[in-house]
Structures are given as structure tokens and as C-alpha cells.
Design a protein around this ligand. Structure first.
Ligand code: FES
Ligand SMILES: [Fe+2]
Length: 445
């Protein structure tokens, strides 16, 4: 019989290929007490669109924990463990009180901090209220998304005030979509700029713009708490540089959705501000804002009525399409869900275009291992009141020269990245002006 190691990569070697798909536990298990679960619990994450939390409490699962989200009659939002601390009835059947939520079974009432406020059936001498807190997590209700911090309360970081979260002239519409797969494969999609020319353009039809079909020239930049990368192409006489943010562990921002690189401009901003939030090991939410503004969508192609619960206004982000169309023209959702409930890294064969994945996985592994050694992760720090982000498009008129055009494109993308970095501490308008001044000498208009 042949040695399996010699025959596994020969033609018709299906029989010899390993069939099991071992899972990378370190990066994909998110429950309480798991290394990645502990790491993820050191950050604020959105958990639900605010509009879903009205009169009726909402049962949800986040990071493998069963929870209930409610809004009390004072308007405060609480995120508490699902099972009542008395005898375990689900608090999704609870009744919002003036302060807190009252369990339907025996009327115990818990405040948003978990404090036991009332035990109506107990005697006046009961000390339960003095000694019992139900499990609860701090939340922030911000521009249509409810964020939670599920880590140790004594280590709670500041709520991240990203610059995109308060930009003049920018409207932020919340959306949230479920995917039945591990969080990492969705998160990796945005550190994989080389899927765009194939999945979105060449292989399964043009889903965004023809111009995305050209293989980009990609340059990754590491930040203290994540990455950004430039994704550059030629578009006629223009060099079009698209910048993408990826902050650890699960945050990303894209450039404009409908950009074609035809009109020179400086420092466009992100069209998506997005977190991938694990529900458990094999289910995740994309929870995000679509950013609508005149500068990044001058033709008004965004479709605001399609942005919300289970839906967003761009191609292939959910299962909500006919099966035949999903097969002939699969989108992002089909790509990451079909990798399986948890993709097997051992069964992958990575190539040169997978550098983004390597960077992301290595950074996550480092953060997870450091935390296990007692070093807390670096969280985004505000400078002058906000955390600077980079995602968006800059397009400069730089016609092809006599030399190597790909080298010119890479060099240009580095100059653009340098300008973005140099002026990152300025507020948006001043930053745009400073970047424009710095890049104007390159722009042959
Ligand atoms: S189970 Fe909730 S009050 Fe008894
Ligand atoms: Fe994509």
C-alpha cells in the first residue's frame, strides 16, 4: 500500500485526504472561561439594535451566555442573565418596572445593575435584597445600537468614541444580520481584500462596480490596536486608493460602497462601521451602521428602507435571496457561512493573497496569549476626544508614466497613508484639509 503522505496530493486523491476538520479552539471558542471568550470580553461590543428593545424584553445570546435585554419604564436599558436568580424563570417574560425588570414567577424585581430591588412575597426581615445581585452587564445606548461590556467590571475600558461615530453631515443607520457560523470567518472577510475582484466581480458577476475587478495592490499598516490597509488600483488616469480599518478584535470599516475611482477627491470616509459579534461558537451577528453622506454617495444610490433588522442595502449580506441566485451569484454571506459552522484552519492552504488573515490571526493569538499571561489588551485610545479611524477613498489624477505602474500605485498609496497618519489627531474637517494640502502636489488636475 502507498504511503498516504505521498499520495495525498496526487490526482484523484480524495480517498487519501483527511476528512475531519479540526477546529482552531484558541481563536474560535467564545464561551465564558475560554481564552478567546475572555479576550473578547475585554472590549465593548454592540449587542442589539435599540429599536428592538421597546416594551417587551428580548432574549438573546452573546458570547455563549443567555441574556435578556430590556428597557425599563424610566427608559434605562438593562442587560441581565436570562434565568432569574430566585428560581430560574426566564426574565424575557419579566415585566419592565419603573426601575428594572420584575420577574413574572414570584415578582422579584432587578435593577439594571442587577441589584435586587424588591421581593414582594418575602417577609420584611428578609435580607435577600441586601446581599443579592443578579448577573448584569453595563450598556450604552448610542445612535440606535446598544453596546455592552461583558468583562470584569473592575477592568471596564472607556466606551470607544470613534471619530466616525460623530461626524458632521453623516447619518448613521443601524443594521444587524445573523449568520450561522463562527465570528472569525466573518471578521476575516474584511481582512481579505483579494476576495473582492473574484467573489464580487470576476467569478460571480459584478455585484458592486466593474472597477473592483482589477487585482488591488495592498499594503498593510499595523497600529497599536489593529490595522488599516490600503487597497489601490488604477482607474484610467487616476490612482484610486481605498483604505480599510480593522481594529482588534472584531471591528472594521470599509470605503464608499459605490465608488468607481473616476473622480479625484481626498479623504472619503467609511460607508460601514461594523462589528462582528459572536452569539456563540457557531452563530454571529454583524451589527453595524451604514453611514450615509453626500460626499461618499453623490448619486444617492443608498437605499435607506433596506437598512435595518436582518437587512442592508448592498449585495449578498444575508440569506434573503432566491436559492438559485445565491448559487449562481453568491455573496459575502454565502462565502463565510458555507465555510462551515467553524472553519478548519488546518484544512486551508493559504497563499500570498492571504497576508491579511495571517496578520489578523497572529494579532488575535498574541492578544489572547498575553491576556492568559496577565497582560490586558491595548484598547483604542481617544486623542483629543476621539479615536481616529482611516477607512475611505482617496482618488488622485496621476496618469500612467513611463516606469512601472504598479510601483507608482504602491508609492502613491504609501504617501496617502503617511498623510492620513500624520494628521490623524485633527478633527475631521481640519484633517481633510490638511490631507488635501499634503496630497495636492501629487494630483495632476
Ligand atoms: S423565579 Fe423569578 S421571582 Fe421566582
Ligand atoms: Fe466582500
Amino acid at each position: 500500500m502507498n504511503d498516504v503522505t505521498q499520495t495525498v496530493n496526487l490526482p484523484f486523491s480524495g480517498y487519501h485526504k483527511p476528512k475531519e476538520r479540526p477546529v482552531d479552539d484558541e481563536l474560535s471558542r467564545v464561551g465564558p472561561g475560554t481564552p478567546c471568550g475572555e479576550y473578547l470580553r475585554r472590549f465593548w461590543h454592540p449587542v442589539m439594535m435599540s429599536q428592538r428593545v421597546a416594551d417587551t424584553p428580548v432574549a438573546l445570546r452573546i458570547l455563549g451566555e443567555d441574556l435578556v435585554l430590556f428597557r425599563d419604564l424610566s427608559g434605562d436599558v438593562g442587560l441581565v442573565h436570562k434565568h432569574c436568580s430566585h428560581r430560574g424563570m426566564s426574565l424575557e417574560f419579566g415585566i419592565p418596572a419603573v426601575h428594572g425588570i420584575r420577574c413574572a414567577y414570584h415578582g422579584w424585581c432587578f435593577g439594571t445593575s442587577g441589584q435586587l430591588l424588591d421581593t414582594p412575597g418575602e417577609s420584611a426581615s428578609s435580607v435577600l435584597k441586601q446581599r443579592l445581585f443578579h448577573g448584569a452587564y453595563p450598556v450604552v445606548d448610542y445612535k440606535g445600537l446598544i453596546f455592552a461590556y461583558m468583562g470584569p467590571p473592575e477592568l471596564k475600558p472607556a466606551f470607544p468614541e470613534l471619530d466616525m461615530m460623530d461626524l458632521p453631515g453623516n447619518e448613521m443607520l443601524p443594521w444587524q444580520i445573523h449568520s450561522p457560523c463562527n465570528w472569525l470567518q466573518i471578521s476575516e472577510n474584511s481582512m481579505d481584500p483579494f476576495h473582492t475582484p473574484f467573489l464580487h466581480t470576476r467569478v460571480s458577476g459584478v455585484q458592486f462596480e466593474d472597477a473592483w475587478g482589477e487585482l488591488p495592490i495592498v499594503d498593510y499598516h499595523e497600529r497599536e490596536y489593529g490595522f488599516f490597509y490600503t487597497n489601490a488600483r488604477r482607474s484610467g488616469d487616476n490612482i484610486w486608493v481605498r483604505i480599510h480599518d480593522h481594529l482588534l478584535p472584531n471591528f472594521s470599516q470599509n470605503g464608499a460602497l459605490y465608488e468607481r475611482g473616476e473622480t479625484p477627491r481626498y479623504f472619503g470616509r467609511a460607508s460601514l462601521t461594523r462589528w462582528i459579534v459572536p452569539i456563540d461558537d457557531t452563530n454571529s451577528y454583524v451589527i453595524a451602521w451604514r453611514n450615509l453622506n453626500q460626499m461618499d454617495d453623490p448619486e444617492g444610490r443608498s437605499k435607506r428602507t433596506e437598512i435595518g433588522w436582518g437587512s442592508v442595502d448592498f449585495y449578498g449580506q444575508s440569506a434573503d435571496r432566491p436559492a438559485a441566485q445565491r448559487q449562481s451569484n453568491p455573496g459575502d454571506w454565502d462565502a463565510w457561512v458555507s465555510q462551515g459552522p467553524v472553519n478548519s484552519h488546518q484544512r486551508e492552504n493559504l497563499g500570498g493573497t492571504d497576508q491579511g488573515l495571517r496578520l489578523l490571526r497572529n494579532a488575535l493569538r498574541k492578544g489572547i496569549r498575553n491576556l492568559r499571561q496577565g497582560t490586558e489588551p491595548v484598547r483604542p485610545q481617544a486623542q483629543n476626544g476621539f479615536v481616529p479611524t482611516f477607512a475611505g477613498d482617496t482618488i488622485l489624477r496621476i496618469p500612467r508614466g513611463a516606469g512601472d505602474d504598479r510601483a507608482l500605485i504602491l508609492q502613491t498609496s504609501r504617501k496617502i497613508a503617511d498623510a492620513y497618519i500624520e494628521f490623524q489627531g485633527l478633527p475631521d474637517g481640519e484633517r481633510r484639509n490638511a490631507i488635501a494640502r499634503a496630497l495636492a502636489p501629487l494630483n495632476q488636475i
